[in-house]
Design a protein around this ligand. Structure first.
Ligand SMILES: CC(C)(COP(=O)(O)OP(=O)(O)OC[C@H]1O[C@@H](n2cnc3c(N)ncnc32)[C@H](O)[C@@H]1OP(=O)(O)O)[C@@H](O)C(=O)NCCC(=O)NCCS
Length: 169
């Protein structure tokens, strides 16, 4: 399977339909302006210039009081905790069930490892939009975030283990 690449202005997003209007609309209307303003970067899987899957990444922070003990960990003080957020992940309906979602998630986690080599990131957080998406992420050992039913997290150390990622990568 091809590797996802950064969204480009010329990529064709018009026919994309993952079954969720908000996720479709983000790709078609907001992904490019968000990327130009450097607030969220979107990575896409392309077939004949057409986007068939995408995910978006943004660095964010959570306040110390909101997080679980394994995320906050003693020694981190009361500062905000930096996380990498996979804010959206979607596969076109015609391509679902072909391991593309899994391929996109692994790519996002591997990018998280690379980013975490240059900046402190404690965990990856995902916004599961519904119960089905939550089940999808739970298969990859994401745990529910205590304050938000559809938000899940995976500690960076577990991301590295799951990808057998070493600092030499
Ligand atoms: C959720 C989604 C990204 C999964 O992508 P996909 O390409 O269909 O999934 P894959 O083929 O890679 O499946 C990987 C594994 O997850 C499982 N899985 C996929 N979708 C699932 C779902 N909705 N519920 C539970 N498990 C699911 C598959 O059975 C598969 O397991 P296996 O490896 O044991 O066979 C895709 O269905 C989608 O875009 N849905 C609509 C948008 C959405 O809900 N996005 C997620 C929140 S932002």
């Amino acid at each position: 399977m091809k590797s996802p690449c950064r969204l480009e202005a010329g990529h064709d997003t018009r026919a994309f339909d993952c079954g969720d209007e908000l996720l479709n609309s983000f790709l078609k209307k907001s992904a490019w302006p968000n990327q130009v303003s450097k607030s969220t970067f979107t990575y896409v899987l392309i077939e004949e210039n057409r986007v068939i899957a995408y995910y978006s990444l943004a660095v964010g922070s959570v306040i110390h009081e909101e997080v679980l003990a394994p995320v906050s960990k003693s020694g981190l003080g009361k500062k905000d905790i930096t996380v990498l957020r996979i804010s959206r992940l979607a596969v076109d309906r015609t391509k679902q069930g072909q391991q593309i979602g899994s391929h996109m998630l692994k790519d996002a986690l591997s990018r998280a490892c690379a980013i975490a080599q240059n900046t402190g990131i404690r965990c990856v957080v995902v916004d599961a939009k519904n119960e089905a998406a939550e089940k999808f992420y739970r298969q990859y050992n994401f745990e529910p975030w205590p304050i938000d039913g559809f938000c899940l997290y995976l500690l960076m150390k577990d991301v590295r283990t799951s990808l057998s990622y070493t600092e030499a990568n």
